[in-house]
Design a protein around this ligand. Structure first.
Ligand SMILES: [Zn+2]
Length: 265
């Protein structure tokens, strides 16, 4: 097994709120990966004295440890426990009922000789490449499905519209302080023999496909394996630099934290 990863903050000098880690279980076979994209908090009070990067590191570390050590617990159960554990870490000092309490998108995968399990919540992506080269993207479509309705609104109301649907019925879901969200993640499994390699990317890198349309998910996978995760991030940064004001390619942030993990099984 070989693992490659790279990350870069969207703005130099600002905290990188992505989290990426992999595990090879001691005494076992296979491994696990976790990739989180911490949701940047709004200016002002958001109920937590620790911050989004602290939250992402705590949740990501807990999820990796649980996925690797409790192999009989489904990944959604591991996420449920990891959210609870992280909430317990600051429930007495912070207001976890605040709607913008720290939160993150989640990708998790775990594999052994027989099976590859996966979990995706919100808009980071997991890509599975088969031995014949076919690439399947595992995506949580909820946020993308809301964007057409948002685009029909005046520009100034779009952000508020989507914000109102964050962790709300009929909206989209991120891992925050409520463990019940784990049951809403996209989950599944594939035979190990059908997966040659995996890639997990945060949306700061996924915009190579979804915003700049430089290729599809299979082409991004090829870029990640042929040139490496750091080169893929550099391609995104070049595309952002060519359209700094988002005129040709409208996007929420000019550039975003970008992270990739590639695992060749
Ligand atoms: Zn806190």
């Amino acid at each position: 097994m070989r693992v490659h990863s790279a990350t870069q903050p969207g703005t130099p000098g600002r905290p990188n709120e992505d989290f990426a880690a992999t595990a090879v279980p001691a005494g076992g076979v296979g491994g696990a990966l976790v990739l989180l994209d911490g949701v940047t908090a709004p200016a002002g009070d958001f109920g937590c004295r620790h911050g989004v990067a602290w939250f992402a590191a705590g949740l990501g570390g807990a999820l990796l440890e649980l996925a690797a050590s409790r192999r009989h617990v489904p990944l959604a159960g591991c996420l449920d426990l990891a959210i609870s554990r992280t909430a317990d870490g600051h429930g007495t000092t912070c207001d976890l009922s605040h709607p913008r309490t720290p939160q993150a998108t989640v990708v998790c995968s775990r594999w052994d000789d027989d099976t590859v399990e996966y979990l995706v919540l919100s808009d980071s992506a997991l890509l599975l490449r088969a031995p014949d080269g076919a690439v399947r993207a595992v995506l949580d479509p909820r946020l993308d499905e809301l964007r057409p309705a948002a685009r029909r609104l005046p520009m100034e109301r779009r952000a508020g519209f989507l914000e109102g649907l964050r962790n709300a019925e009929g909206g989209f879901f991120t891992a925050a302080a409520d463990p019940a969200v784990a049951a809403l993640a996209v989950t599944g499994s594939a035979p190990r023999a059908a997966v040659r390699s995996l890639a997990a990317v945060t949306d700061g890198l996924g915009r190579w496909v979804e915003t700049f349309r430089l290729g599809g998910w299979p082409e991004l996978f090829t870029l990640l394996t042929d040139e490496g995760p750091a080169a893929a991030i550099a391609r995104v940064r070049a595309a952002e630099a060519a359209d700094p004001d988002g005129v040709a390619f409208p996007r929420g942030k000019a550039s975003d934290d970008a992270t990739a993990i590639v695992v060749e099984l």
